[in-house]
Design a protein around this ligand. Structure first.
Ligand SMILES: Cc1cc2nc3c(=O)[nH]c(=O)nc-3n(C[C@H](O)[C@H](O)[C@H](O)COP(=O)(O)OP(=O)(O)OC[C@H]3O[C@@H](n4cnc5c(N)ncnc54)[C@H](O)[C@@H]3O)c2cc1C
Length: 402
């Protein structure tokens, strides 16, 4: 930047909430539901106009497994509730073995499903409202106001202008640790391959769907760019962090170039038979920024007992690998009244980040963060009564230890 101006602002305090959750993706939804269900006044702030984040707006419509791949359910609670909401009024590919929501099955088919993003969007509105939380759409989180290492207010901007909310405890579910970063807490950045996922349909698919009465033949996903290991990465595209405006703009425009190529190829193969039905409404970065938490989960922690575990999860890629998620991955020594949820919790290596960043684990960390936030009164979140937290999470349907 070449020059600066100083602006001093007097902002209206629009309200006070016990818990403010920033970011209405899967993690933020789970956090807001968990906190509001404990009777705490809870505000969920979302910059777009729909809940679900990457899972809805970003067309990432594969609900990865809630199980360990050996037939044992690892993650219940809100993660399981949201899986069922994702398929409530629409199609699914859930294996029959898991339809009665058992804790265990014989065999190793995984507890996962495809879902329809827009259908989940509608269900998330209802689930959050029913929990008692307030939602503020089209509202951008701008800044955390700090008094030492305590966040006292959250500054936002929306159609009413620039205003702030007083907070008891804050959950950062922005996907990029945006609130912790603003609070001056230490964070770590990731690297991303190019991704561009969405929906399309073809005349042939519509015919097949009509014949088979299977709508998924007509509602197809496209997954352009690279997979999470770099396969398919266009040669001219560098690895991108995703924490600058320039990165985000490059990523979005470069992704759409891939979409144009895909469409052209389809048009040439069968003119007039292809149409996009959904392009992503947010950049599809897997790992932007995470907190440097009180503990950073390592992939070698698989199978390890943690006294402060807040829940369990499997590895979506491999069978028989599972983790306990320590509470310490959800907070930073740098801020006393803030928790992380979703793809910005603390990981010690990329392999662990690969496990914790996906939808079911985002719901798990969201629920744990929301529950802990609901118990916060003052002092440091690090002093949370772990046994009480575990008791509440267990009562809400989460398995605490492997
Ligand atoms: C290409 C790709 C493929 C993937 N494949 C799968 C898959 O197959 N299955 C799976 O389970 N997971 C998959 N994932 C991961 C998964 O989709 C997400 O990581 C998961 O949904 C994370 O949810 P989250 O709530 O942590 O973050 P997000 O979904 O990113 O939600 C963050 C929310 O915060 C809001 N927000 C951000 N900043 C602000 C601000 N300043 N003010 C207000 N609101 C703000 C955003 O608008 C968004 O709604 C994939 C991810 C990518 C990118």
């Amino acid at each position: 930047m070449s020059s600066y101006i100083t602006v001093t602002e007097k902002l209206p305090v629009a309200g006070r909430y016990d818990v403010i959750v920033v970011g209405g993706g899967i993690a933020g939804v789970a956090a807001a539901m968990a906190s509001a269900r404990q009777g705490k006044s809870t505000l969920l702030i979302e910059k777009s106009v729909m809940l679900g984040g990457l899972a809805t707006l970003g067309y990432i419509v594969i609900y990865l497994p809630l199980c360990d791949g050996n037939g044992v359910k690892m993650t219940g609670g809100i993660a399981e509730e949201l899986l069922w909401l994702s398929i409530k009024d629409s199609y699914n590919t859930l294996p029959d073995e898991w339809r009665s929501r058992p804790d265990k099955i014989t065999g190793n088919v995984r507890y996962q499903t495809l879902f329809n993003g827009p259908s989940l969007t509608i269900q998330l509105d209802k689930a959050v409202k029913d929990s008692g939380a307030d939602i503020l759409f089209d509202t951008l989180f701008c800044k955390a106001v700090m008094e030492g290492d305590v966040c006292t207010h959250i500054i936002v901007e929306n159609k009413d202008g620039r205003l702030c909310y007083e907070c008891g405890c804050v959950v950062d579910a922005t996907g990029d640790a945006g609130v912790f970063h603003s609070a001056g807490a230490r964070t770590t950045t990731g690297k991303n391959f190019l991704s561009y996922w969405g929906y399309y349909t073809t005349l042939q698919g519509i015919d097949e769907a009509a014949k088979s009465r299977d709508i998924t033949q007509a509602v197809k996903m496209f997954t352009l760019g690279s997979d999470c290991n770099g396969a398919g990465q266009p040669e001219d595209v560098p690895l991108i962090t995703g924490d600058t405006a320039a990165d985000i703009n490059y990523f979005i425009l470069r992704g759409r170039q891939e979409a144009e190529k895909f469409q052209l190829q389809a048009e040439q193969a069968a003119p007039g038979s292809f149409a996009y039905t959904g392009l992503p409404g947010m950049p599809q970065f897997r790992t932007v920024r995470m907190i440097n938490g009180a503990y950073a989960l390592k992939y070698s922690d698989s199978g390890k007992y943690f006294e402060d575990s807040v829940g369990c999860c499997g590895d979506w890629r491999y069978s028989g690998i599972s983790f306990e998620l320590p509470f310490r991955t959800l907070y930073s020594p740098d801020v006393k009244n803030m928790l992380a949820a979703g793809r910005n919790i603390s990981n010690g290596d990329n392999e662990a980040w690969e496990v914790t960043r996906v939808i079911p684990v985002a719901a798990l960390s969201g629920e744990a963060a929301g529950m802990a936030a609901s118990m916060y009164e003052n002092g440091s979140i690090a002093d949370t009564d772990i046994s009480k937290l575990q008791e509440k999470l267990s009562a809400a349907g989460l398995k605490i230890h492997l």
